[in-house]
Design a protein around this ligand. Structure first.
Ligand SMILES: [Zn+2]
Ligand SMILES: [Zn+2]
Length: 323
């Protein structure tokens, strides 16, 4: 799995940072998390096709997380999307979508499936599932976790042949972990397959104050993407606004045993976020501060961070990001 940051600023966009949106690429297609204003154009700069989005997850109804959704929905309609689009978020999001569909005469051909977020599994497709947990913010807010489980196990042909199992559907069932009956004998997948691969996961905090429930929710994620609106010197302000500091983000990464931390959602007061990155690293070393168009990929035993080559007009912006 990989995550691409389309926007990394909190409430107010800057020349270097758009408001937040993250694309997670999975074995089952692309998922979007939050959709700040202008996110569809950021997708084009990043060389991503909005028509390929399977689902959009909104953490909460603050404008910097949701104002890009209506435009994106409209564009998909104009481009004749026919594949259904799932949208998950707080209840108010359903009302917002209904309002714009009616008042803007959206008339798109694709089916829009809205689901109210609640703690637990909110989306499932093939090998991928998305779970939600309540975050602690000034409005109904959720954190999300994407879990990808490789269902097909590594199959040893010679062992299957030794046991006399004929090539065909039985091989397929064993490979996805089913026990099968053959010639009056029970054959377990372990007899012909490697143990199942460990699931891979990405956690996304949305806006939230520190809370132990999120430490539990994010336990063992390979990649934790966590808001860091303020540096720790503005801790009191962060508490008051129900946001996190870079130190809070790092504490969650440390306590949850995350593999890697990327901090994002920076107040526009920080043109340079090195301070926030170094504060987080003092607590949790494996941390990077996100930049717009940064790609973070989960590899077998490591994390790869790179900056995307941009398409067309936004190209120069790539070199200006001060992070
Ligand atoms: Zn926000
Ligand atoms: Zn917010």
């Amino acid at each position: 799995m990989q995550a691409i940051f389309l926007g990394t600023s909190s409430a107010v966009p800057t020349a270097e940072r758009n408001t937040v949106s993250i694309i997670v690429s999975t074995s089952e297609g692309q998922l979007m998390f939050d959709c700040g204003e202008g996110s569809q154009r950021q997708m084009l700069y990043a060389g991503l096709n909005p028509m390929k989005l399977k689902a959009v997850f909104i953490t909460h109804m603050h404008f910097d997380h949701v104002m890009g959704l209506v435009g994106l929905m409209m564009t998909m309609g104009l481009l004749n999307r026919t594949e259904p689009l799932t949208v998950v978020g707080p209840r108010g999001l359903g009302k917002m979508i209904d309002f714009f569909e009616r008042e803007l005469y959206m008339n798109h051909k694709y089916e829009l499936i809205f689901r109210s977020a609640e703690p637990g599994t909110v989306y499932e497709m093939g090998e991928v599932r998305v779970e939600a947990e309540r975050a602690v913010h000034s409005t109904e807010s959720y954190s999300y976790k994407v879990v990808q489980t490789k269902k097909k196990r590594k199959f040893h042909l010679e062992k299957a042949r030794e046991l006399g199992i004929p090539q065909g559907p039985l091989w397929g069932r064993l490979q996805v972990g089913e026990t099968v009956e053959f010639n009056g004998r029970t054959i377990r997948p372990d007899e012909v397959c490697e143990p199942p691969a460990k699931p891979v996961s990405i956690g996304i905090s949305g806006d939230t104050a520190y809370d132990d429930s999120l430490v539990r929710f994010f336990t063992g994620v390979n990649l934790l993407i966590y808001e860091s609106t303020f540096s720790s010197e503005l801790q009191d302000r962060a508490r008051e606004m129900l946001h996190s500091t870079s130190t809070d983000a790092a504490r969650v990464a440390l306590k949850s045993g995350a593999g890697y931390l990327v901090i994002y959602h920076f107040s526009e007061r920080y043109r340079d976020v090195k301070l926030l990155e170094s504060e987080a690293r003092a607590v949790f070393e494996k941390t990077t501060a996100a930049r717009d168009f940064m790609k973070v990929e989960i590899l077998e035993n490591s994390i790869k961070v790179e900056q995307l080559q941009l398409r067309c007009a936004g190209k120069d912006a790539d070199n200006k990001v001060g992070a």
